[in-house]
Ligand binder design. Structure first.
Ligand SMILES: Cc1cc2nc3c(=O)[nH]c(=O)nc-3n(C[C@H](O)[C@H](O)[C@H](O)COP(=O)(O)OP(=O)(O)OC[C@H]3O[C@@H](n4cnc5c(N)ncnc54)[C@H](O)[C@@H]3O)c2cc1C
Length: 428
């Protein structure tokens, strides 16, 4: 039966290809535990799995099904480092902190790959990432970036590609060059969500679907989460709601803004297709980034961020077809079988938002389109924090993340204007 997420538009190719998946119960009655987690995406489920494996009692509630937010519906690209390039981080934070943030992201990458291997989660990992340049004027920065990564940050896996190599690896002459990263790759994200939930449950975490937190508060030294079907009392809490939290907690809402991002899947292109013959994932140099890759069965999964919410999947098809055709004119009539979207949690400086928002409650999100590996790792770092070591989580907590300007009413319209400006700049 086709399952449609009530909170994200469209039916995803991921949902279509995971087969039977277990359904988890709704919370039924009050309970007390060590840690309560709100949100069943990568952040929350990874925290639950790691806490339970360490012997901590944990209760996780998800308002809908696991992965209905961004985690089950994203582009699956792991990437390397933080969303901001290391040279930008170094300019702002100095070498030591920039290097520490880079190293943290490398640990995140290794963690995701190791976690899935250790727990028998087949997440269709395919290595390779091409970051390509859509404006000639960005070429020098990309070339410099590959050199800086190797010489200054000890990451030797990125090589600069000229226009000819880029065209050969993409099967398209649309781009002027780019970087090839052999040290990362892409995954089927919903398989990782489902696998992580299984690991959490098997380790003893009590995990619930269709259970929405109506309120979270710190009361008499306890964290109290109210749901329609019971109240959870805990010593500590993790808010892992990211772009989907609404007004549940005001500090998180002021710092993390949802923007829609949409993906289309074509029919399988066939083994002789010239499109990305090496199987890498691709992202381009636009601010409103285009990201695409082939699935295991040879479909083109093509993502482009739109600034307004396209609720109707037919809309998604139209935008995605236009974007595909710009790069692959031969695919102008290709059948698009699936169109879906989700909400990315972004912050003003495009860095993760991790904060203690009330006594003993940490909120984590705002990975700004770079959360596939980071969110999973933040879940692990949260478990580490509960276990008494907060050092690595602190690296993220210490990042300066200002709230979005405009207050509750003007925040969204101001962001809309800003994103339109960047989208326009991409075209100039
Ligand atoms: C279309 C798209 C493409 C993307 N592509 C990439 C990519 O290629 N690479 C990359 O690194 N990142 C990508 N991202 C971002 C990445 O998916 C996210 O950073 C990551 O999944 C965040 O995980 P999370 O667990 O923090 O949030 P989510 O997965 O969004 O989970 C939050 C959960 O909280 C639940 N929730 C909210 N409120 C409540 C409540 N009151 N009670 C109970 N539960 C609640 C929601 O239902 C939701 O399931 C993409 C995102 C989208 C949408």
């Amino acid at each position: 039966m086709t399952y449609l997420s009530p909170i994200s538009p469209g039916y995803s190719w991921y949902e279509d290809t995971v087969g039977e998946r277990p359904a988890y119960p709704r919370l039924d009655g009050d309970c007390t535990t060590d840690v309560v987690i709100v949100g069943g995406g990568f952040t929350g489920l990874s925290a639950a799995a790691n806490l339970a494996k360490a012997g901590t009692n944990v209760v996780l509630i998800e308002a809908h099904r696991f992965g209905d937010g961004a985690s089950g519906r994203n582009g699956g690209q792991l990437g390397t480092g933080q969303r901001a390039w290391v040279e930008e981080l170094e300019e702002e934070l100095g070498f030591t902190r920039a290097k520490a943030l880079f190293d943290l992201a490398e640990e995140a990458k290794a963690y995701v790959i190791d976690f899935s291997a250790t727990h028998g989660i087949d997440m269709d990992y395919v290595p390779g990432q091409l970051s390509v340049v859509h404006k000639k004027r960005y070429l020098d920065a990309y070339r410099r970036h590959s050199e800086i990564m190797a010489t200054r940050f000890g990451y030797p896996h990125i090589s600069f590609m000229d226009a000819t190599e880029t065209a050969r690896r993409l099967g398209s002459e649309r781009f002027f060059g780019g970087n090839r990263d052999t040290g990362t790759g892409h995954i089927h994200p919903l398989k990782l969500v489902i696998g992580t939930a299984r690991v959490a449950a098997e380790a003893g975490a009590k995990i619930f679907e269709n259970t929405k937190a109506l309120k979270i508060e710190s009361r008499g030294g306890k964290v109290v989460v109210t749901t329609p079907s019971g109240t959870i009392k805990a010593a500590k809490g993790l808010l892992a709601v990211n772009a989907y939290g609404g007004d549940l907690e005001p500090d998180s809402a002021a710092h993390v803004m949802p923007i829609g991002s949409f993906i289309g899947a074509t029919v399988p292109l066939g083994h002789d297709s010239p499109v990305i013959p090496g199987g890498e994932s691709v992202d381009d140099s636009r601010f409103v980034v285009r990201y695409f890759r082939k699935s295991k069965d040879g479909r083109l999964l093509f993502g482009g961020r739109e600034i307004y919410a396209a609720k109707d999947p037919k809309d998604i098809h139209i935008h995605i077809r236009r974007q595909i055709t710009e790069i692959y004119p031969a695919l102008k009539d290709v059948e698009i079988t699936h169109g879906w979207g989700g909400f990315v949690g972004i912050t003003m400086p495009r860095k993760p938002y991790v904060r203690e928002v009330m006594p003993n409650v940490i909120s984590a999100g705002g990975y700004s389109g770079h959360g596939v590996m980071l969110s999973n790792f933040v879940g692990k770092l949260y478990a580490e924090t509960v276990g008494g070591n907060r050092d690595r989580l602190r690296l993220l907590e210490d990042l300066k993340i200002p709230p979005f300007p405009g207050g509750r009413r003007l925040r969204a319209p101001l962001l809309f204007l800003a994103l339109n400006w960047y989208a326009l700049r991409d075209r100039l």
